[in-house]
Design a binder for this molecule. Structure first.
Ligand code: PLP
Length: 454
């Protein structure tokens, strides 16, 4: 039996047999090539979200596909009683490319962060120093395990699962005074994303990160960068910390590292690595030959295919074009991010869900964050021409719906119904409201903001 090409059946099976923890769009992709995905009906989409920053080499990349298939023919899994050549090689590649001396492999971003949290505590434990607190930022996102939801600075992720793991403190992001105040003799580590991706693509300020590094060094606090989303070329450097001219003590990776094959990694210095003794941490699948072969193929492609240069070139062009759109349409509130991790925030005349839906119907995939931001994290092999197609589509949508701010700006409700718009926007032509509604860019019961978390 195969249900591969029957969307109704796939949806039926999903509803009946899968835990309903995701808000799914009515589409299933059955193949991909480069930056394009194809659904069960053969429709083609330009993937501007890249499996949420995972498919860095796009789909069916020759090097990655061949590395995975040839590794599958050799050996898929070998347990961690034995040396694994692919793992040793990937660890070497990662250390060569970063500040790190040692790597621990696991299977996801949350697991990499769990390893970082454990190491930050055990490092001080073995020194016989009582430090265990970890400071993270409000609106951060670090994963879905019990430890990482406690680290995450958004209560909505942990509330149903309380009591939370103790020892985490949250402070406002980009606020050095708040951080200085929070650090105390019990502080083991500060853990930060350099760009908060999940909560809307908010970059950390340069001075903030440099001051944090100084603070950590002065106070004897470990600095952890969660680069699960920003690592592996995403921001135009191999690792995002390289944009800031500072190095962390611990860094976590996942997403792009395997180009789509699940893998996570925690990287650290020789000094901090002394915090794990044999038996302190482990993972059955972590560092398996298949995932590491994929990781090596990704790193190889970065070395030989100019991926980082492409990110910089395409990013410059994309930001330039998006900023031009911003000057053309008042409803674009901001365009922010770095490299190919970009957030586009709209004012309250346009909903993120509606925009995502409209782009989807035109064959473009993005993610929606909260009520007003769409996120782009396309494959890092995106071309300038493809970026241009996306901006053209966005322009076309906005041309149809956006008017002078003085008129549409009166629509205050983030999710107004058609009726509410008619009532509140007396100056807006009826045809324009119908158009907004028809395009799904107004609210209404079918257009609620759904949480589309990572
Ligand atoms: C910054 C960051 N940390 C951790 C995670 C969790 O990664 P995973 O879903 O692989 O567990 C994510 C996922 O989006 C993330 O963006």
């Amino acid at each position: 039996m195969s249900i591969e090409n029957d969307l109704a059946l796939i949806q039926d099976f999903d509803k009946n047999y899968c835990l309903q923890v995701f808000n799914l769009m009515p589409v299933a992709f059955v193949k991909g090539k480069g930056c394009y995905l194809y659904d069960t009906e053969g429709r083609k989409y330009l993937d501007m979200i890249g499996g949420i920053a995972v498919n860095c080499l796009g789909y069916n990349h020759p090097k990655l596909t061949s590395a995975i298939t040839s590794q599958a023919k050799k050996i898929v899994h070998a347990c961690n009683y034995y040396y694994i050549p692919e793992k040793s090689e990937l660890a070497y590649r990662l250390c060569r490319a970063s500040f790190a001396d040692k790597v621990f492999f696991c299977n996801s971003g949350a697991e990499a962060n769990e390893a970082a949290i454990k190491l930050a505590r055990s490092y001080w434990y073995y020194k016989d120093i009582n430090k265990y607190e970890i400071i993270t930022a409000d609106m951060s996102f670090h994963g879905r395990t019990m430890g990482t939801i406690a680290a995450t600075g958004q209560a909505k992720f942990s509330r149903p699962f309380e009591p939370n793991v103790p020892g985490f403190v949250h402070v406002p992001y980009n606020d050095i005074d708040a951080m200085i105040e929070a650090v105390n003799p019990k502080t083991a580590a500060i853990m930060l994303e350099l760009i908060q991706g999940e909560s809307g693509v908010h970059p950390a300020d340069l001075e903030y990160i440099q001051a944090i590094r100084k603070l950590c060094t002065e106070k004897g606090v470990l600095l952890i960068f969660d680069e699960v989303q920003t690592g592996v070329g995403r921001t135009g450097k191999m690792f995002c910390y390289q944009n800031y001219g500072v190095t962390p003590d611990i860094m976590t990776l996942a997403k792009g590292l395997g180009g789509g094959v699940p893998i996570g990694a925690m990287l650290t210095t020789n000094e901090v690595a002394t915090g794990f003794k044999p038996g302190d941490h482990g993972s059955t699948f972590g560092g398996n030959p298949l995932a590491c072969a994929a990781g090596n193929a990704v790193m190889e492609a970065f070395d030989s295919e100019g991926i980082i240069d492409n990110v910089k070139d395409v990013s410059d062009e994309l930001f330039d074009k998006l900023n031009k759109l911003r000057t053309k349409y008042n409803c674009i509130r901001s365009v922010r991010g770095k490299g190919l991790l970009i957030g586009i925030e709209f004012d309250d005349t346009i909903t993120a869900q509606g925009m995502r839906q409209q782009l989807f119907s035109m064959g473009f995939l993005v993610s929606a964050i909260g009520t007003s931001t769409i996120r782009l994290a396309p494959p890092l092999i995106l071309t300038k021409a493809q970026a241009g197609q996306f901006v053209k589509a966005l322009d076309k949508i906005l041309k149809n719906v956006a008017g002078p701010k003085s008129v549409l700006g009166r629509i205050k409700d983030a999710l107004p119904s058609k009726k509410q718009i008619r009532e509140s926007a007396s100056g807006v032509g009826s045809a324009k409201i119908d158009k907004l509604d028809e395009m799904g860019l107004t609210g209404g019961k079918d257009n609620k903001p759904v949480d589309e978390d990572d």
